[in-house]
Design a protein around this ligand. Structure first.
Ligand code: ADP
Ligand code: MG
Length: 274
């Protein structure tokens, strides 16, 4: 009810063509975890959603609502209790090729340099050895890590470490990127800068993204669509199309009435206090 009213109130700013092809799909997904001496813990109770090719979908929801759980199901690390999880039209039973991840905590290899860590993505992604140096150098430039090629992870700030993680993810050339609160541990300014960085590379490479966050403004600022989860057991409370123009400009966008309306609608959906 609230969803229809809000969507009608947000005027479309640009026509978004329908996604050409479905990359990832959840169909009536249910996930429960067994518990000793208790009934199973129902975490996901029937979620259906799909992500199109090149689409940037944010998922927001309260802590513990099952956001990370759906990403784990999408990369084949969890077996659903019901429903289906599909990537590129195939049921997921093991980590699907072409799916890359990035988490809140970077998982850089401390014994490899910046270039060496990005190279891991290229190696795993099957980039021919002869093409790797060029690809890695291009990513270093894209992520503004020039001059830090030979630095060790311990010598980098949190924001730079996440840029290296993003470089490794892009070097893998995934067709679907699963990002679980990737900037959640960064300070406010670095988080905004990283969001812009991600948009810049996404606009250049247009890979499908599922971006999990508990930050409503971050979700609206970055995504084409924002899917709102309820508290556990998760269902979809709303699925908003974000029609703010691209490229996104953080400062002017924050005062755009469409941005404010959408963040307020999601605030209400999440039943946050006034
Ligand atoms: N492997 C597991 N075994 C049992 N419970 C789990 C497991 N993974 C997650 N949970 C529970 O599922 C719920 C959702 O977790 P999670 O997906 O991490 O939430 P979110 O990412 O939205 O904060 C939490 O209550 C968590 O404790
Ligand atoms: Mg989580």
């Amino acid at each position: 009810m609230a969803l229809t009213a809000t969507l009608a109130a947000v005027p479309p700013l640009e026509a978004t063509p329908a996604p050409a092809r479905v990359r990832a799909e959840l169909r009536d997904l249910k996930i429960s975890f067994p518990r000793p001496d208790l009934p199973p813990l129902e975490v996901i109770s029937g979620i259906s959603m799909s992500v199109g090719e090149g689409e940037f979908v944010a998922v927001v929801g309260p802590s513990g609502s099952g956001k990370s759980t759906i990403l784990r199901a999408l990369c084949g690390l969890l077996k659903p209790s019901g429903g289906r999880v599909m990537v590129d039209g195939r049921d997921v039973t093991a980590p699907p090729p072409g799916v890359g991840f990035m988490f809140q905590k970077d998982a850089l290899l401390p014994w490899r340099t910046v270039s060496g860590n990005i190279a891991v993505g290229a190696e795993l992604g099957g980039t021919p050895a002869a093409e790797r140096p060029e690809r890695i150098a291009a990513l270093i430039r894209l992520l503004r890590l020039d001059g830090f090629e030979d630095a060790w992870p311990r010598q980098l700030s949190g924001g730079m470490r996440q840029r290296v993680s993003l470089g490794r993810l892009l070097a893998y050339q995934p067709s679907l990127m699963l990002m679980d609160e990737p900037f959640g541990a960064l300070d406010y300014q670095t988080k905004i800068a990283m969001g812009l960085e991600l948009l810049r590379v996404w606009e250049a490479e247009r890979r499908s993204i599922i971006f999990v966050t508990h930050d409503i403004e971050e979700a609206v600022a970055l995504a084409d669509r924002v899917v709102v989860f309820s508290a556990r057991p998760a269902r979809i409370v709303a699925d908003y199309k974000v029609t703010l123009p691209r490229p996104r400009h953080m400062r002017s966008m924050r005062s755009d009435p469409a941005f404010t309306r959408l963040t307020e609608a999601i605030w209400s959906d999440l039943a946050l206090p006034d």
